[in-house]
Design a protein around this ligand. Structure first.
Ligand SMILES: [Zn+2]
Length: 589
């Protein structure tokens, strides 16, 4: 914004606390312009040239988002107000020429108008601070304690964050927070506005909830149900490393999921998520993000902390971080009474059939899906369903298989709970570091008391169908392989007035007929046709028959014949055979 310097000269109060090398100030004088104004005061400077950087990605979301595209007007002045030379050295790096200056100040503004759990946002209704997209840092200072002043717009009365408030907090126009290091600063999202706040006690600590946006929730119901999830998850690990915890919940038209942090999380949900038909989906999201406070924020691959914010941090273990968390977000709903055992097994069955029925499962091992999240999972294209498998779903299925195997092999003495506890104690609490892929495999083998490297080779670094009978039948679950033969075109079509092809299944009748993503299907057997009729006609073909389609690509028409072609798809049914089987009772307790 134009008035950054003048504005700060009015608002900034003298520092009242021990000097730190970097002190951040954030204001938002014109929320409807969507700009945060940032000032960073630097003292005790001994550099000639100082590099200020902005992360290119934010932990928990594995995509280079180029946050610096929203940074404007980077300026610096010395203590007398004289401008300093600022040079852009890379897409996310600015050099400040500060030779001989004990102190100086950097200013910039951040355009914040992408509404998501991972990007900053500001309008007249609220401000959301996702720190990686806002706060610059220096490598020299990133491990040092610091101070953040927030000057909320006069219409915003509340600030909700897991950052610790400084001792003096008597000025509502200058709210001061402190952080231990830069990682913590950007791991604590901040909600600024007029949000509804409430809290509940669970797992031995206070949980605060900050609700942005009108929605059909019931506070006492949420307090009760969110507490159940917290209690059940705390039992998995035995203790909660936090002193308190914050849920920031954005109630919007189209919810987008959540993002985990060490002692908070952000959920973006549809404002109608709380009605009966959607409520379990909301509770499931709570369970997922809360579980991450252990699994990924503390139990983690070595590549995920300390972070390299300049580039991708590749790990082949996202199937553990996201997949096993996805397994638990369902299991916890069973343990806390939201699901029956049959509902849980039905969910598992659907997950298995989705995974094994996807072509990508046979092409992309889940370890590779993890590694390539940056360019595949987060950047899907029209061919993704043919070649990729989500590490969330396959990871969740593998989590269930490993849990069942640990339980049956130990006669109910060991389980995935125990393995996660062991990782938590050894790596997070003991060594205070992440583990390598090899360490993870070896730790699992040791805990299981069996060399599991073959399992990892076949189902995690390989693409084989998992022998579900072997793993689930000893648990009292009947597994039937009902692989089906289907007749369909192999097209995914987008609806609307035109029939546009979104994707084409590899090896399908449509691919044989030379139909490609982006094509428009105009007519079938000489007549205009809609999607429903086209699918009905194809699904009622008999062997030897075909449909003649009129297709447009790049404005040019051609005709093609879509012939009868079947494909077979793996499909399993899972049913509880003996609901009193001791291992089942232990597994689905
Ligand atoms: Zn997750």
């Amino acid at each position: 914004m134009k008035l950054i310097t003048a504005l700060f000269s009015i608002l900034c109060l003298p520092l009242l606390i021990n000097a730190s090398k970097l002190t951040y100030h954030m204001s938002m004088p014109y929320p409807n312009s969507h700009y945060f104004a940032i000032k960073i005061e630097v003292i005790e400077n001994d550099s000639e040239i100082q590099e200020f950087k902005l992360p290119v990605w934010t932990p928990g979301s594995y995509l280079v988002r180029e946050f610096s595209k929203n940074i404007n007007q980077v300026k610096a002045i010395d203590s007398k107000g004289m401008p300093l030379v600022v040079e852009k050295r890379a897409k996310n790096i600015w050099q400040i020429h500060c030779k001989g200056l004990d102190s100086y100040t950097v200013f910039y503004e951040v355009y914040a108008f992408e509404s998501s759990v991972r990007t900053p946002y500001l309008d007249e209704t609220h401000g959301f601070v996702a720190g990686a997209g806002i706060f610059m840092y220096t490598e020299e200072n990133r491990n040092e304690k610091g101070i953040l002043h927030i000057y909320p717009h006069e219409s915003f009365k509340k600030i909700s964050t897991a950052l610790v408030a400084a001792d003096f907090q008597d000025n509502p126009h200058d709210r001061v927070f402190q952080f231990d290091d830069y990682d913590q600063l950007i791991d604590c999202p901040i909600e600024i506005g007029n949000q509804v706040e409430f809290s509940f006690l669970a797992g031995g600590l206070k949980h605060r909830v900050a609700m942005y946006g009108q929605a059909n929730y019931n506070v006492s119901q949420l307090q009760k149900d969110m507490a159940k999830v917290v209690e059940a998850e705390t039992l998995v690990f035995g203790d909660n490393p936090n002193k308190d915890y914050l849920f920031i919940i954005h109630n919007v038209a189209n919810g987008q999921g959540g993002l985990e942090h060490k002692n908070s999380c952000v959920l973006s949900v549809s404002r109608w998520s709380y009605d009966e038909s959607n409520y379990l989906g909301f509770i499931n999201l709570v369970a997922h993000e809360y579980f991450h406070l252990w699994n990924v924020k503390r139990i983690r691959p070595i590549e995920l902390g300390p972070f390299n914010y300049d580039q991708e941090s590749y790990t082949s273990l996202l199937w553990v971080m996201e997949g096993i968390t996805s397994y638990y977000d369902e299991l916890i709903l069973l343990r806390s009474g939201f699901y029956t055992k049959n509902q849980f097994i039905n969910k598992l069955q659907s997950q298995i059939n989705y995974v094994e029925g996807s072509l990508g499962s046979r092409i992309q091992p889940v370890a590779h899906a993890s590694f390539d999240a940056w360019i595949k999972a987060y950047r899907p294209n029209e061919n993704s369903s043919n070649t990729t498998m989500t590490y969330y779903s396959r990871g969740a299925v593998i989590g269930a298989v490993l849990d069942a195997y640990l339980i049956q092999k130990s006669g109910g003495k060991r389980s995935l709970d125990g393995f996660l506890q062991a990782l938590y104690k050894k790596y997070a609490l003991g060594l205070n570091r992440g583990f390598t892929e090899e360490e993870f495999q070896s730790e699992f083998s040791d805990y299981c008391q069996q060399d599991m490297h073959e399992f990892f080779k076949d189902y995690i670094n390989g693409t084989q169908i998992i022998p579900y009978k072997k793993y689930f039948e000893p648990m009292g679950i009947q597994v039937v392989d009902n692989s089906v033969t289907l007749l369909n075109l192999g097209l995914e079509l987008s609806s609307g007035e035109l029939i546009k092809v979104r994707s084409v299944r590899s090896g399908s009748a449509a691919e044989d007929a030379h139909i490609s993503p982006g094509d428009e299907i105009l007519a079938c057997d000489g007549y205009r046709i809609d999607i429903k009729s086209l699918e009905y006609k194809y699904n009622n073909l008999r062997q030897g028959e075909s449909l003649e389609l009129l297709v447009a690509r790049d404005g040019k028409l051609f005709t093609t014949n879509c012939a009868f072609k079947v494909w077979s798809k793996p499909q399993f049914s899972l049913q509880i055979k003996d609901s009193n089987a001791p291992l089942l009772l232990y597994w689905l307790r």
